[in-house]
Design a protein around this ligand. Structure first.
Ligand code: ARG
Length: 457
């Protein structure tokens, strides 16, 4: 008696319920793996022929059939069917339809479990290479921005309270450092993606004399997985990508937040071009930084995807479980979100208009030279602690008088400490404050220049 009409239908006496078919199908989501699925199948078929598990004629027919299917998919003529669950079965079913029984030999020595693990790795490897490129692009965009605005002084903040003057270029280069670490994390992830799982079978390996090294060579995998149970149940590489993406979005959302703050009327440090803003349906005067807000907002889904997959994986018994099918939405949506957001952020950074007078004016008040006055006194023999206390009193005095430190007369200053001399005024300017912070990593122009050179802009 024939089984039901599924590729796996032999042992079934009753048809799958429609509701189950709809519930378990993943074709809407995983159709995007078609190219990787076909690439993997072609390599598998070639290996089967090389090992004489298939004849070379059979393998040729299969390869040709698979290429024809790829063309069908790419021209929109492929009959996708949820009844065939996922992309793997849709393609296999179509292959058998097209080339007949020999199509049924493709799945020799293979399971969907090692097949889907392979497809995901091929997919993520390709996407990671693109993502690495766009992270480098954003990094360079920030570095070029730093170079264009090399010597602009702005207030540096801690607790969002004015702290010490810094170069705007130095501030931008802080994001370059973050992105550099993001790139490192992504390329570490890429290294571990590059493990060939195909050949693990359903979980235990295969009885056929396959040549995994050959498949690895065809598909450009430097390594072959060493444990079949792990290979079909491991999704660490997806988790790693999701967590690297989550950290990347910590950075993107912080930059987005600063862009939003700085373009507000209250700060006015930057202006976004009209092309990168949107208006309000009610308030005619509005020009809103929606792009930056959306990047900040999309952080929610990227964090959520990491949490979702961690939860899927937690406590799963070895080896493959259908739960693993739930890895795809988090992975695909994170890939899409990362690519789109990194690109948009690059455009924002490129076109933002910097209002240097506003930045410098903001850097002049707020007692941002108070630490410098303390350093000045330390250079004249005071301990830092007593200099700190003394300058605190100077600040309090200025607050009462509603003036800046450098607006006090030398006599007034000398009342706090006789060690203060006329040269203090030059010492207390924002420019001098920046110039003195020359120790490696500090905001001095010399450091910024050196770093820009290292980055190569
Ligand atoms: N669509 C499945 C997934 O994404 C493919 C593997 C199915 N394997 C199985 N034993 N049902 O995980």
């Amino acid at each position: 008696m024939a089984g039901v009409n599924k590729l796996w239908g032999g042992r079934f006496a009753a048809h799958t319920a429609d509701s189950v078919e709809a519930f378990t199908a993943s074709i809407d989501v995983d159709a995007r793996l078609y190219r990787h699925d076909i690439e993997g199948s072609i390599a598998h078929a070639k290996m089967l022929a090389r090992q004489r598990i298939l004849s070379s004629r059979e393998a040729q027919k299969i390869v040709r059939g698979l290429r024809a299917i790829q063309r069908e998919i790419e021209s929109g003529r492929f009959p996708f069917s949820p009844a065939d669950e996922d992309i793997h079965m849709n393609i296999e079913r179509r292959l058998i339809q097209k080339i007949g029984r020999v199509g049924g030999k493709l799945h020799t020595a293979r399971s969907r479990n090692d097949q889907v693990a392979l497809d995901l790795r091929l997919y993520l490897r390709e996407e990671l290479e693109k993502i690495l490129g766009s992270l480098e692009g954003l990094k360079l965009e920030l570095a070029r921005g730093a170079k264009r605005h090399l010597n602009i002084i702005m207030p540096g903040y801690t607790h969002l309270q004015k702290a010490q003057p810094v170069l705007f270029s130095h501030h931008l280069l802080a994001y370059v450092e973050m992105l550099e670490r993001d790139r490192e994390r992504m390329s570490g992830c890429l290294e571990r993606v590059n493990d060939l799982p195909l050949g693990s079978g359903a979980l235990a390996g295969t009885t056929f004399p396959i040549d995994r090294a050959y498949v690895a060579k065809l598909l450009r995998f430097p390594r072959v997985s060493r444990n079949s149970i792990d290979a079909v149940s491991d999704r660490d590489f997806v988790l790693e990508f999701l967590s690297a993406s989550a950290i990347l979005f910590v950075h993107l959302s912080r930059l987005a937040e600063e862009i939003i703050l700085w373009s507000s009327q209250e700060f006015g440090f930057i202006e976004l071009p009209d092309r990168y803003c949107t208006g309000s349906s009610m308030m005619p005067q509005k020009k809103n930084p929606d792009v930056a807000e959306l990047i900040r907002g999309k952080t929610g889904r990227v964090f959520g995807h990491l949490h979702a997959l961690l939860t899927v994986m937690k406590g799963l018994p070895l080896a493959y479980n259908r739960d693993l099918q739930e890895d795809k939405v988090p992975l695909f949506d994170t890939v899409d979100t990362v690519k789109a957001s990194v690109e948009m952020m690059g455009e924002l950074v490129r076109w933002v208009k910097v209002k240097k007078e506003r930045m410098l004016a903001a850097a002049r008040d707020g007692f941002m030279n108070a630490t410098d006055l303390a350093d000045y006194l330390v250079n004249r023999g005071l301990s830092f602690r007593s200099a700190h206390a003394l300058v605190g009193k100077v600040v309090r005095f200025c607050l009462e008088r509603r003036c800046r430190i450098e607006q006090l007369s030398l006599n007034e200053l000398k009342r706090f400490s006789p060690k203060i001399e006329k040269d203090v005024y030059a010492y207390l300017t924002a420019e001098a404050a920046v110039r003195r912070r020359r120790a490696i990593g500090g905001t001095a122009l010399t450091n910024v220049r050196r770093r820009l050179k290292e980055i190569g802009v």
